[in-house]
Ligand binder design. Structure first.
Ligand code: DHB
Ligand code: FE
Length: 284
């Protein structure tokens, strides 16, 4: 990927992601609402896992201090939302998915921002006058698990641009760019015109990047669209859609791909890639 734009720094993305998370949790604090027996059970199990790792890996004092320094830097850089969403959220999602029917879910990630523009379908996502990228038209229908169309369905979408940057987190991208809540028609049908996003690279200039480098991993997520799909009385699904043949599909650093979530767009003949994807929601 070549870019002439300034990369958002890890600290910039991290503190914006921390701020967004805090705003969404404004009414909650710490472990509020989690009963003591759950705190005890989960934290004991977590610590037992760490203790076991120290024993089996014969972790040294030097390594313990390196870990302590790393964790301090993750906090100082505001990188907890990035680190947790990239390495941990996918398992939380797996557990949540045990009782979820219909369209498969995926992780929310750190870059969701509420309060976006609401647009009736067919909709074109807000974009810059010179927005680069292959035009993409995503259309489909939102139905319940019996196949009944859901009027009043909403498809919220947010994505990186053609260079892999998200509005609200990369300073050079205008607020609200490539984000919207698209309101489906009376048959639950929607059409969203956007551009294909680029693969996303975890910022590598902060502690998460340092860890990735120290472990000789790669920092990439395959190109993806983020979606929240809901309808009155139905369980909202959080998911992502990927692109057939896309780089990093088989080695997503966030482990958040699923075969059912891969789009296979075709060229409409005018350079626009078109694809249909239907969403199936279960009762809330
Ligand atoms: C991260 C970024 C994403 O765009 C995403 O979908 C998941 C995780 C991250 O930087 O942690
Ligand atoms: Fe993302």
């Amino acid at each position: 990927m070549t870019t002439t734009q300034p990369s958002p720094t890890a600290a910039g993305s991290g503190s914006s992601a921390t701020e967004a998370f805090r705003a969404a949790r404004a009414t909650a604090s710490g472990t509020t609402g989690v009963p003591p027996e759950r705190v005890s059970a989960v934290v004991s199990s977590l610590l037992a896992g760490i203790h076991e790792t120290i024993r089996t890996e014969s972790v040294t004092y030097d390594e313990f201090r390196a870990a302590k320094q790393f964790l301090i830097e993750v906090g100082e850089g505001g990188e907890w939302p990035l680190l947790l969403d990239v390495f941990v959220e996918h398992v939380v999602e797996d557990v949540a998915a045990r009782d979820q029917h219909g369209t498969k879910g995926s992780i929310l990630g750190p870059y969701y921002l509420p309060g976006q523009l609401r647009l009736d379908s067919p909709a074109t996502l807000p974009r810059r006058a010179d927005e680069k990228g292959t035009p993409l038209a995503l259309s489909g229908q939102v139905r319940d698990t019996e196949g009944t169309p859901l009027p009043g369905a909403e498809v919220e979408i947010w994505q990186a641009d053609e260079q892999g940057y998200y509005s609200g987190f990369a300073p050079h991208v205008p607020d609200g760019n490539l984000r919207a809540v698209v309101v489906a028609d009376a048959d639950g049908r929607f059409e969203i015109r956007t551009i294909e996003p680029a693969p996303y690279r975890i910022p590598t200039d902060g502690p998460t990047g340092t860890l990735i480098e120290a472990a000789a991993w790669h920092p990439w997520r395959p190109a993806h669209l983020h979606l929240l799909v809901g309808a009155p009385g139905m369980r909202t699904i959080t998911t992502q859609l990927y692109f057939r043949g896309g780089e990093w599909l088989d080695s997503d650093v966030a482990s958040a791909t699923k075969p059912e979530l891969i789009l296979d767009p075709v060229d409409a003949g005018d350079g626009t890639h078109v694809v249909e994807y239907d969403f199936v929601l279960e009762r809330a």
